[in-house]
Design a protein around this ligand. Structure first.
Ligand SMILES: O=C(O)CCC(=O)C(=O)O
Ligand SMILES: [Fe+2]
Length: 303
């Protein structure tokens, strides 16, 4: 993940850091493996919303809660929606506490049960690397220095072969017909490790407007957070669904996946495009073109 987040404003506590290396968590990040074993000099992010909403993944209606529910329902009526069931949801004009939350496209059953089995068996035949907050990852993408704003090809040789069919399907969606992925990352979340991803913005310098997350193996929830984190909006992500988000949901709201919303193993496939501003910059245009060209090849190895 490339993020601007709470890590940029950590709150220091007086606890000393021990040198134990039990996992890949750094700074304020923790997982069930390191909690209680490793002490951090940073206070972890504490989930404490003032206002909580959940959105029905069929009709897109948002419901306000006095207390956040222990489990977020997929639909406004529990296990179903009061409106006719549709295969896609486009959120274009949702107002939450006076703030616009838009630019969300959810496609249910984006991949079939068979495609899910085939994808996961290929993905699991490739080495997983431990990542922060109990996640594991497999990444295909250029080398980016987010702080120094530097972009290089690094070890990027293209997306994996199995991505080709997925990208074709993504390009058949009206909102993503021009999407050219330059980063492809599989993330694994398990309840055993208490995996999660803290509220963050994906990097706004290198990555373009549109972000994608395809959910496999279990239903889960992505939460959008207002800038001060006081307002949370939970959007259910059904198993095998496609989520594309851009505009205010990408740039004005942070997003994350909570530990409590991972019951069983979830693998998400995330795709990112290059920020157009990179191609407009005389210094970066050449490397930008090369990164896009490399992203259009499907014989890549993990980076
Ligand atoms: O797992 C997901 O669906 C979201 C992952 C994410 O936000 C990220 O990798 O930046
Ligand atoms: Fe993200």
């Amino acid at each position: 993940m490339a993020s601007v987040s709470l890590e940029s404003h950590p709150i220091e506590t007086s606890v000393a850091v021990t040198p134990d290396k039990v996992c890949e968590c750094k700074g304020i990040r923790t997982c069930l493996i390191c909690e209680g074993v490793k002490s951090s000099k940073f206070a972890p992010y504490i989930d404490n919303p003032n206002v909580f909403y959940s959105v029905c993944c069929n009709c897109g209606e948002a419901k306000k809660y006095i207390e956040p529910p222990s489990e977020v329902n997929l639909y406004c009526n529990g296990n179903t929606c009061v409106k006719t069931l549709k295969s896609e949801l486009l959120i274009e004009n949702l107002i939450i506490e006076g703030m616009v939350l838009d630019g969300i496209h959810l496609v249910k059953e984006f991949i079939s049960e068979l495609e899910e089995i085939q994808l996961i068996s290929i993905i699991d035949s490739i080495e997983w690397k431990n990542s922060q907050s109990g996640r594991r990852k497999q990444n295909y993408g250029p080398k980016v220095n987010f702080k120094r704003k530097k972009l290089k090809l690094g070890e990027f040789t293209g997306l994996p072969p199995y991505a080709e069919g997925l990208v074709k399907k993504i390009n058949s969606l009206k909102t993503f017909s021009t999407f050219k992925p330059v980063e492809f990352c599989n993330l694994e979340y398990t309840a055993e490790k208490g995996a999660s991803i803290d509220p963050h913005y994906d990097d706004k310098w290198v990555w373009g407007d549109r972000l994608i997350s395809i959910s496999t193996l279990s239903d889960s929830v992505i939460t959008f957070y207002s800038q001060d984190l006081s307002v949370q909006v939970a959007l259910p992500l059904p198993r095998r669904s496609f989520l594309g988000f851009w505009g205010s949901s990408r740039f004005n709201w942070l997003h994350g996946v909570k530990r409590k919303d991972i019951d069983v193993r979830r693998v998400s496939i995330t795709l990112r495009e290059l920020n157009k501003a990179i191609l407009d910059s005389p210094d970066l245009e050449e490397i930008g073109d090369l990164v896009i060209e490399t992203g259009s090849k499907y014989h890549g190895n993990p980076t």
